[in-house]
Design a protein around this ligand. Structure first.
Ligand SMILES: [Zn+2]
Ligand SMILES: [Zn+2]
Ligand SMILES: [Zn+2]
Length: 543
C-alpha cells in the first residue's frame, strides 16, 4: 500500500544540477544577489518541468485506465453517464489531487492537450521555456480549433512563436496564442467574436465593506474609449481636490451613468481652477484616441491577416475593417518606405535613413513613431504591459542634445517605448555609480527581427523579441544605417571626466551624465559581444 504522503522527500533532493545553487555565506552582496536570483529563476523553470511531468503521467494513466475501466464499469447498468470510463478516470484524478470535478476535468484536459493536441508546445513546458500558466492559457485559447490538421498547424506555429519570443509575460504568451489561432482558423475567430458579442452586458456586483461594482462588457475599443473618457472627466478637477485618482474616476463614471454633474471636491470654491465646463470636457475627450495597426491589404479586403489594437492585442481582420469604417476613425497610411531613400528604384534590402523630424534630430518622425509603438506593442521592459501609445519613446543609447553625432541615433535600432516609471528607472538608477543601474539594449537581427534587453546590476540579462514582429513582415527588407557598422568594443571609460568626441563635457552634472552614458555604451558593447560569442558557440542565452 502506498499512501500519498503530504510530507514529501522534495526538500532533501539536490537540485544544484538544475542551477539551484545557493551562494556561499562569505560571498559579497553582489554575488549573493546574483546567485539568489538565478536560483529563483531555476526553481521557476523547474516548476514548469514538474507540471509537464504531472500532465505526462496523468495522460499515460488515462490512456491505460480507459481500456481497463471499460471492463470494470459494465456493471453500472442504466447509469451510463456516471459509469462512463472517462468519467470514472477523471473522478480518480480528482481524488488523487483532492479537487472538485471541474478542476479534475480541466487537469485531464491539460494532460490530453499535452500529449495529443499541443505536443510541441508541451515540449516547451518540459524544457522550462514556457511557464505552467502559459501552457494552461495556450490550451484554453486554442481549444476553439477543431480540425485535426489545423490543430497541428496551430501547435507548430505556437511552439515556434513562443520559443522565439524571448523572456515574455503570460499576457504576451496569451496574445501570441490568439494571433496564431486568428491566422489559422479565421472562421473560428468569427464564430467566437459573434458569440462573445452576445455576452455584452452591464452587470452589478457586491463587494465587501459596503462597496459594489458596475461592469460594462463592450467591444474592446469601446471599453478603452469609455475608460479614457472617464479619465478625461476625472482629470478636470483642481489640484486641491482631496480625492485619489481612483476615487475621482469612480465619481466621474457614476456621474456620467446617472446623468448627474461631476464637480470638483476642493474645500474652497473661490480658488477652484477646475476645468469641468462642457467645452473643456469635450476638448479633452476629442483628444482620446484608440490606435490600431493592420496591413493595408487587410483593410482593402484582399486578405484576412490579423490586425492589432493598442492596449488589447491581435484582432481579427474583420474587426480591423470594422474599426476603419467607424465614422470617427481616421485611417493613416504607414508606409515603411517613407523611412528609406526615396530615389527609385529602391533596392532591397533598403536602407533606413529618414527617421527623425527634419528640424529636430531628437524627435522620431511620424512613421518611425508609429512603427516603433506598433512593433513593440507595450513598454519594452519584460513583464510590463503598459500600452505602447501610453509610453514615452526612449533613446536606448542616450541621445546627446549638445552633440547629436556623439550620442545614440534617433533610429529604429535605438528607439523603444518605455512607460514613465521604467523610463525614469532606466534614466536615474545608477546616477552616481552607473554599475548600480540598469543597462538596456536594442538591436536588429539579420532577419529584421528587433530585440530589446535589460541587464540588472547583478549581471543578469533578460531579452525579448518585439511583440508584433509578425505585423511588419516588411522589416525583413530594411536595414538601418547603424546595423552595417557595428561599433567595436570601446574601452571602459575611466572616470566622470571623460568627454565624447569633440564635444565639450562641461563640469559637474553634465560630466557625470556623460560618464554614465559612456559607461553604459561600453557595457552594451561588451554584452553584445558576449551575446554574439554565445550565439556562435551555440550556447543558450545567459538567462
Ligand atoms: Zn477645485
Ligand atoms: Zn539605426
Ligand atoms: Zn514599463
Amino acid at each position: 500500500m502506498v499512501h500519498i504522503d503530504r510530507s514529501s522527500p522534495w526538500n532533501r533532493v539536490d537540485f544544484s544540477a538544475a542551477g539551484m545553487v545557493a551562494p556561499g555565506a562569505d560571498d559579497d552582496e553582489h554575488t549573493q544577489c546574483h546567485d539568489w536570483l538565478l536560483y529563483a529563476a531555476s526553481a521557476h523553470r523547474g516548476q514548469a518541468y514538474l507540471y509537464w511531468a504531472q500532465l505526462h503521467a496523468i495522460g499515460e494513466f488515462i490512456d491505460i485506465a480507459l481500456v481497463k475501466l471499460d471492463d470494470a464499469v459494465c456493471a453500472g447498468g442504466e447509469q451510463k453517464d456516471l459509469f462512463d470510463p472517462y468519467t470514472v478516470a477523471v473522478g480518480e484524478v480528482g481524488i488523487l489531487f483532492a479537487v472538485a470535478p471541474p478542476a479534475a476535468r480541466a487537469l485531464v484536459a491539460q494532460a490530453v492537450a499535452a500529449s495529443e493536441r499541443l505536443p510541441k508546445t508541451a515540449d516547451l513546458l518540459r524544457e522550462g521555456t514556457i511557464s505552467q500558466p502559459m501552457f494552461v492559457t495556450a490550451v484554453a485559447r486554442t481549444d476553439i480549433v477543431d480540425e485535426p490538421e489545423l490543430v497541428t498547424a496551430v501547435d507548430t506555429d505556437l511552439a515556434e512563436a513562443l520559443a522565439g519570443a524571448g523572456h515574455i509575460s503570460e499576457k504576451k504568451a496569451e496574445k501570441i496564442a490568439d494571433r496564431v489561432v486568428t491566422r489559422h482558423d479565421r472562421d473560428a475567430i468569427r464564430r467566437r467574436r459573434e458569440k462573445a458579442r452576445k455576452r455584452k452586458n452591464v452587470t452589478n456586483r457586491d463587494y465587501s465593506d459596503g462597496l459594489g461594482g458596475v461592469n460594462v462588457t463592450a467591444d474592446a475599443e469601446e471599453a478603452r474609449l469609455a475608460l479614457a473618457a472617464v479619465n478625461a472627466l476625472a482629470e478636470g478637477v483642481c489640484p486641491n481636490d482631496p480625492r485619489t485618482l481612483g476615487q475621482r474616476r469612480s465619481a466621474a463614471a457614476i456621474a456620467r451613468l446617472r446623468g448627474l454633474p461631476f464637480t470638483c471636491a476642493c474645500p474652497d470654491s473661490s480658488t477652484c481652477t477646475a476645468t469641468l465646463g462642457d467645452q473643456e470636457i469635450s476638448d479633452r475627450q476629442a483628444r482620446i484616441i484608440v490606435h490600431a495597426v493592420c496591413q493595408k491589404s487587410t483593410l482593402d479586403g484582399e486578405d484576412d491577416e490579423p490586425g492589432f489594437l493598442d492596449g488589447y492585442g491581435p484582432i481579427s481582420a474583420e474587426h480591423a475593417r470594422d474599426l476603419a469604417q467607424r465614422p470617427d476613425a481616421t485611417v493613416r497610411n504607414l508606409d515603411l518606405d517613407d523611412l528609406t531613400e526615396h530615389t527609385p528604384p529602391i533596392e532591397r534590402p533598403a536602407l533606413i535613413v529618414h527617421t527623425s523630424q527634419p528640424a529636430d534630430p531628437y524627435r522620431p518622425n511620424a512613421t518611425l513613431d508609429a512603427l516603433v509603438r506598433g512593433l513593440f506593442a507595450t513598454c519594452t521592459v519584460a513583464g510590463c504591459e503598459r500600452p505602447a501609445w501610453n509610453c514615452e519613446l526612449d533613446h536606448v543609447d542616450e541621445f546627446d542634445q549638445i552633440c547629436p553625432d556623439s550620442g545614440g541615433p534617433t533610429c529604429l535600432c535605438n528607439i523603444a517605448p518605455k512607460c514613465k516609471a521604467h523610463h525614469l528607472w532606466k534614466t536615474h538608477l545608477g546616477a552616481d555609480r552607473p554599475e548600480k543601474g540598469w543597462v538596456d539594449d536594442l538591436w536588429i537581427e539579420d532577419d529584421g527581427s528587433v530585440w530589446s534587453s535589460v541587464t540588472l546590476p547583478y549581471g543578469i540579462t533578460v531579452e525579448m523579441a518585439a511583440t508584433n514582429q509578425w505585423l511588419f513582415p516588411q522589416l525583413a527588407e530594411l536595414r538601418c544605417l547603424h546595423q552595417a557598422q557595428a561599433p567595436p568594443e570601446p574601452p571602459t571609460p575611466s572616470g566622470p571626466t571623460t568627454g565624447t568626441g569633440n564635444c565639450p563635457t562641461g563640469g559637474g552634472l553634465r560630466a557625470a551624465t556623460a560618464y554614465k552614458h559612456a559607461w553604459r555604451r561600453a557595457e552594451r558593447a561588451r554584452l553584445r559581444n558576449e551575446r554574439r560569442r554565445a550565439a556562435e558557440a551555440g550556447d543558450p542565452p545567459p538567462f
